[in-house]
Design a protein around this ligand. Sequence first.
Ligand code: GLN
Length: 275
Amino acid sequence: MSHTPEALLRLAIERIDRADAEALLLHALGRDRAWLFAHGRDAVGQAAADAFLAQVERRLAGEPVAYLTGRRGFWTLDLAVTPATLIPRPETELLVELALARVDAAPGRRIADLGTGSGAIALALASERPQARVIATDASAAALAVARDNAAAHALGHVEFRHGPWWAPLAGERFDLVASNPPYIAAADPHLAQGDLRFEPATALAAGADGLDDIRQIVQGAPAHLQPGGWLLLEHGWDQGEAVAALLAACGLEAVQTVQDLEARDRVTLGRWPG
Ligand code: GLN
């Protein structure tokens, strides 16, 4: 049987979301949307059609589109993602915006991203601050390999990658700005067994009984790793703003503030080391 892109898309959208179907089709064909508009009635090879239909089945079984295509857009960057990394979320772009407002473009600014995963935050910041020195850490060597590839693909040579949990790879160093999207979901949260989260690395999602285990470790290490006047910015869950703000204040950070995302949910809490 011969297929056309239009016919394949029609078949798929009976089973999965239209945007997902289109992303999977373009991936299977190695094309972009502009091509699809002009070539919707071309003949598609059997191998590409089979590959596409197999991916539709996997999507139907719940696998995230980003893992099927191996790509996800974040900020201005097209990033590789694998099941070793969390899939970058649009709400994390808020963290990037807030960070950029707090670190200028002067040469030599020192920026760290703790638990970088695919590298999303570090690479977005590095792309906007070409004269900064950016260090990205992760406890997962597999995630760091993905992040390194992403840095190379975008020619962001001023990002350095280090292996280890939270502050461990940064002993004795201080930064003008530290950002992190750590795991923050409570271990018993039923969402972990639903949707995309089922396929993402548990170590990138869950953090103890109240979801704050990793955030506590990060905040406690902040005083020893921030320059005077340096900023700490943390992403967290919609119901954790007050708790995270209290942790920052208890560690001596000032100008502590919780910022809401586009859905009007508490999303990022930040504070400054006095100086
Ligand atoms: N924002 C993600 C979610 O709830 C969780 C990411 C994280 O734990 N850092 O889907």
